[in-house]
Unconditional design. Sequence first.
Length: 255
Amino acid sequence: MTELRHALSDKMVQLVLIAAHGSPYFIDAELYVIRNVTIIGENPTVTLDAAASAKSPRRILRIDANASVEVHNLTLTGAWTPQGSDPGGGAVANEGTLRMHGCTISGCTANTGSAIFSSGTLMLSQCTMAGNDARGHKGAVFVYLGSTAEIRGCVFEYNENGGLDTHGSTLIEDTIFRNNSIHTEGAAIYNAHQLTLIRAQIIGNVAWDYNGVAGGIMNAGVDASLNMRDCLIADNIATTRGGGLLNTQGGANLS
């Protein structure tokens, strides 16, 4: 990954292509992107793997607040950050503008945002978040207070300790949340601010601890606003209440 690191640091390079030949590429240190660049894998099987040589915590990508970055056709796996890391994000920490298309993030771990922590602008399309573990019950994707996210045509599945935890303004379209689990509340989605879901499917998620609530969606907080249109909520389980949806504060509008 020396070549990739050099390319990302070269101010003249605006497009980085990663060949399928040679994949998986083993990441031995975080790739910190401080400028505008597009990173494209030759196909979606091109893998950046932080686990193969990692005996210490290792995130794969960090996007600077002044950077605008696009990532296409990559699989990110095996990344983890320790409890108390600032920012969070097992695989990706986004403080700028990040667009990801056709990517998979799997097998990553963090306290907050096991796949992605975003305090900037985040756009995900045709991406999969699968098998990640947020030890602090803060979701595979965590959207920080005051930030924005758009998630379209994605799949969140088999994530432990939550699929999405959003405290910003988030729009979700044509996205599936299935078979995610959590100890506490909001196995598929926890919303504490502004969330709009259009044609989303919330299926088979579980809040499984003895006091687990909201197997599907948890809408909580005085500023929480939930709007849903043409969505499916089915077969979600909570051990106490709110198997599909629990609205404790704020407002919810379903149509």
